[in-house]
Design a protein around this ligand. Sequence first.
Ligand code: FES
Length: 359
Amino acid sequence: MIEELLNDPNTGKYAVIGTLLFFVAVEIFAGHFKNTTRTKDDWAMEILGFLLLSFTSFVSLIGIVFLGEKLFPGIYNSLASTSLWIAVPIYMFADDLAQYWYHRSAHEYDFLWKHHRPHHAAEEMGIMVSFRNSFVYYTFIPNIWIAAIFTFLGLIPATIIGLIIKQLVVFSSHSTFKWDEYAYKFKTLSPVMWVIEHIFVTPAFHYAHHGKSKADLISDPNGNFGNAFTIWDQLFGTATFTRKFPTELGLQTDPKDGWAPHMFYPFISSKKEGSEISKGFKREKSTTLEAIEVELEAGTHLWCQCGYSRNAPFCDGSHHGTKHKPMAFATVKKRKVKICNCKMTKTGPFCDNTHLTIK
Ligand code: FES
């Protein structure tokens, strides 16, 4: 019976839907949907995103199996006898490494950022947030193609098991049920939690990725890219573990685009002025040769390093879609300072007069 289920490609679909319904039930039980501040646009994006992902997954599976059988009949089902102990880890690591780089690219390259942006426009978490990506994002996402290829090669049980484990982690890291927040309260659990968080993505790790800005010293919207595992972030230097949850989530500067441009850009553009997904939007440089003198209050500030901020010399989130990140710095008391805005200083964020050497 179990063997039969694990060899049926439909099991993966039902298992993912079952896991989703389980977390929806937990969130309903926790009163999340009663207290939600979600708008109609938020609901539309989340439900539509779920349907788009289901559609693109279905098309990729049918397409790969159909074309594969015609073009490479010799390798169809060729790995069916592989042990699950080998196939499950291979599937999970391949899937997650591909997702890490796809997700990271969606933050570092403008084209993909615009399609991942709906995900970060969410101002509250919840499992449905995991589906907020545009149609283009889901068309190119490597994971659905990897799952289809593994299925074609006959590794259906491994794909199903891997998919269930991955979805458990992904739904839990987006869920309003922050299980790790309870666990962190118990000192005796600290070593266990250390091991868990250094392998799997926890809610605290992923919430930090959704935080509005680094200025709260918890969030890192330009890090913590992992989907199921945190190992890639640790390996490639993008991991931040604080065991805390940011209080402000979403885009640093949000023009509040509607669901249609969010999900179907560039076929539908935003009418909001200055929106990254409006027609003809161009990122403009805001650097100046001269430093900017400002009076800073005591606290943490973010210095723009990309040179695109519309609130120069401070970061306003315009660096998304580039490889740049802001620099966080603290001042202990109110003081006047000269902040570099040519971005060439070696003593960032403060001006070191490098601009005077430019002819
Ligand atoms: S706007 Fe954030 S680094 Fe420039």
